[in-house]
Design a protein around this ligand. Structure first.
Ligand SMILES: *Cc1c(COP(=O)(O)O)cnc(C)c1O
Length: 729
């Protein structure tokens, strides 16, 4: 038998942990120390041991930790092998769902429908990766009548590896993929394959093939339902009409009433997805907040559930409140300064209540996709050497997207530093529980106590600043405080000059209050494709300055000069660190191959609150600056210049995106509203329709081009009164 499974049984540790932040029940958890491009799980062993974890699967045994270790050559492979061996003990049918779209939906529908035929185990949420699939399997009960999993791949060879683990009896393909052959490797040894008509891939010879024709492939809900019905027919099960509903896979985090943060989860309400939602919350919970869970009736498991790490549970269901009791007893005013997870399916009493908890001043939101941030970060991670540190620029409140949520996300992703503009921004991040190194770039420091106690590392660009921090530090008995010395190599904004080096080194050698953590400079023309001579001049000057500084100081420091465009274009000058700004937010300022495939992070959207039909000749707005040239449908949207909508976009200079149509902005933009022409938009557009000002469908660079400015300005102009809503897909 598998050594790991044996140890798990002996130590009574059924919970598989690969991320230290997901720890909930230490004594029941086994930790697999995985090594990834950005991280090494072995680092977290002492911390987890201190918290009570006793069983570890490792490649190397750390010193001084008196726990049980299973030592393996490769922890990921060992995790996969344990799952594969565990799979062999399954008694029921194993069903794998593959496809480029709709996997999670089909998996959930199948699992729900199959409960009529027996006990069902299913993989949590969208766990379909090389780590997610084995973890999902190891979390299942082997005696279930059905096990339903989804499997995905991003690299060739991955599906084959997953097939070795899952060994499905039935494979359901929801859609074609970019590489059908790779996808269908999951079906290599399956008994039955259900797939949409026309899927071109070699299918296993021995299998029963159920080719399903989909009359409206564009209607994905109908198509997925047809596929499910065909698959369920194999087991004599049916898809109930109420099961056919969209899945809300997103976890939305937003500001709530009374300084609460509300995380809403409208995914299938079962114990698996509850676990992963709690996990999501625990990771982002500031230490000083209470954690409250408001939960609608679970479809499975213990009622009411026992949740560890949760300060307060309000449960609607058997053993808890009835829906009526909930409506009567629980009110919005009962909550303050809490992190609240509200989990319940659409239409239920909890989902409805969650909407009331969200501080809804008006309907305008800046949606921030945290997965896109992670994607973009990893995109650049792959462009630089593994040992190069990435400084994530979260100045100006994360280019308008909100520094805290981004910082939390980037801390997890293994950024080397965060960079803020002013000390206040850094202070706020510390207060919210961000522990990673933070650089302050333009610190007009008025409060050195705050700087030092919050461990904010200042940029030093003049002798005045240097003398001041040395004397302020000396007063407080500080030693070796890290500073970042900036040189001006051609930007002509701030920084020491080459001729300052000698005096600078002398000053620094005479003190032990501060030490140079890094020397850096900033490029003026990294995104100007016709000015590379100038850029190379800066790069070479910087390199020479660093050499002289090192000789003068007698110790090494980190060096960095590249911003987003610089990283993409001059990677040979990455030195020890790079500073990633605008591209982290998904904006490609240069359009070279290296910046292809970035994902949009911020979307500014609102809704139509009024629609009127006007004849040609009608004037719209203040000063009658737009006169309609044709009979038009004109809609009003509650976004004005006080929200950050530039007035220069009025009078048809700019447009918005509504349901696939670009609609011109009519008349002068007002303080709190604007009018748009929806004549050419679809029939279904009306009051309540969503309007996008920039983002997913309307690139922010389109808007900035029209304004003759740069995306940075548009992004950072969204006013603080616009609610930021963060989500993961
Ligand atoms: C803003 C900033 C960056 C990031 O620049 P992007 O063009 O947004 O990547 C890097 N370094 C310094 C000093 C900055 O002020």
């Amino acid at each position: 038998m598998n050594e790991i499974l044996e140890a798990m049984q002996r130590e009574h540790t059924p919970i598989v942990l690969t991320d230290s932040r997901s720890l909930r029940k230490p004594e029941q958890s086994v930790f697999f120390a995985l090594r990834t491009a950005n991280n090494d799980g072995h680092k977290f062993i002492p911390e987890l041991f201190a918290k009570g974890v006793r069983l570890f699967v490792v490649e190397q045994v750390p010193e001084g930790v008196d726990a049980h270790f299973v030592v393996v050559g490769n922890t990921l492979k060992a995790l996969q092998q344990a799952a594969a061996d565990f799979r062999r003990t399954f008694v029921g049918k194993v069903i794998a769902v593959v496809g480029s779209k709709g996997k999670t939906l089909v998996k959930e529908w199948l699992a729900e429908a199959l409960t009529a035929r027996g006990s069902v185990a299913r993989s949590p949420r969208s766990w379909n990766s090389q780590v997610g699939v084995p973890m999902a399997l190891l979390g299942m009960k082997p005696d279930a009548d059905f096990a339903v999993l989804e499997a995905g791949f991003s690299e060739p060879g991955e599906m084959e590896a997953l097939e070795e683990i899952v060994r499905p009896d039935v494979v359901v393909a929801t859609s074609a993929s970019a590489d059908n052959c790779e996808m269908m490797k999951m079906a290599r040894r399956a008994e039955v394959v259900v797939f949409p008509e026309g899927l071109s891939a070699e299918l296993p010879a021995g299998a029963m093939k159920v080719e399903v024709s989909l009359p409206n492939p564009g209607d994905w809900m109908e198509s997925d339902a047809i596929l499910c019905r065909e698959a369920l027919r194999l087991f004599g099960a049916e898809l109930a009409d109420e099961t056919v509903r969209p899945l809300h896979t997103r976890l939305d985090a937003s500001d709530g009433i009374n300084n609460c943060t509300i995380i809403t989860d409208r995914f299938t309400c079962d114990s698996f997805s509850l676990d992963s939602a709690i996990d999501f919350c625990m990771r982002r919970k500031p230490a000083d907040r209470k954690f409250t869970v408001i939960l609608d009736t679970l479809r499975d498991g213990v009622n009411p559930p026992q949740l560890s790490g949760v300060d307060r549970l309000i449960y609607v269901g058997p053993g808890g409140l009835t829906a009526d009791e909930f409506r009567q007893k629980v009110s919005v005013g009962d909550f303050s300064n809490e992190l609240i997870l509200a989990k319940g399916e659409e239409g239920g009493v909890v989902a409805t209540f969650a909407e009331q908890l969200q501080a809804r001043h008006h309907e305008t939101v800046l949606e921030v996709n945290l997965d896109a941030i992670v994607h973009n970060f990893n995109h650049f991670r792959a462009l630089v050497k593994p040992e190069t540190g990435i400084v994530a620029m979260v100045k100006a409140s994360g280019y308008g997207a909100g520094a805290y949520e981004l910082a939390k996300t980037l801390q997890t992703q293994g950024a080397a530093y965060l960079a803020v503009a002013v000390v206040d921004e850094g202070e706020e991040l510390r207060r919210a529980g961000i522990t990673m190194p933070i650089m302050a770039l333009n610190p007009k420091v008025t409060n050195y106590d705050s700087l030092f106690t919050n461990r904010l590392e200042p940029e030093i660009f003049s002798f005045d600043m240097l003398h001041e921090i040395i004397s302020e530090g000396a007063k407080r008995g500080i030693r070796n405080y890290p500073i970042h010395v900036k040189f001006d190599t051609g930007m002509h904004r701030l920084g020491f000059l080459e001729e300052d080096i000698e005096r600078l080194c002398t000053t620094l050698q005479e003190t032990d209050v501060v030490c140079v953590a890094s020397v850096f400079s900033h490029l003026a023309t990294a995104d100007c494709l016709d000015m590379d001579d100038y850029t190379y001049g800066q790069l070479n000057l910087f390199s020479a300055i660093c050499d002289r500084m090192k000789a003068g100081l007698g110790y090494a420091f980190k060096r960095h000069i590249l911003n987003s465009a610089g990283i993409a274009r001059f990677p040979q000058y990455q030195f020890e660190m790079v500073r990633l700004g605008i591209s982290l937010y998904g904006v490609d300022t240069i359009g070279v191959a290296a910046t292809g495939g970035l994902r949009t992070v911020s979307t500014l959207r609102s809704i139509i609150i009024s629609v009127k039909e006007w004849p040609a000749g009608t004037s719209i707005g203040y000063g009658r600056r737009t006169i309609l040239e044709r009979q038009s449908r004109v809609a009003t949207v509650p976004v004005g210049y006080a929200d950050g909508l530039d007035r220069h976009l009025g009078n048809r200079a700019g447009h918005v995106w509504v349901d696939g149509t670009l609609c011109p902005i009519l008349g002068n933009v007002c303080m709190d509203a604007c009018m748009i022409d929806i004549t050419d938009a679809g029939e279904s557009v009306g009051v309540g329709s969503s309007v996008e000002f920039f983002g997913e469908n309307l690139p922010v660079s389109d808007v900035s081009d029209r304004l003759n400015t740069i995306p940075y300005e548009v992004l950072t102009s969204v006013s603080p009164r616009v609610k930021r809503v963060y989500f993961r897909e």
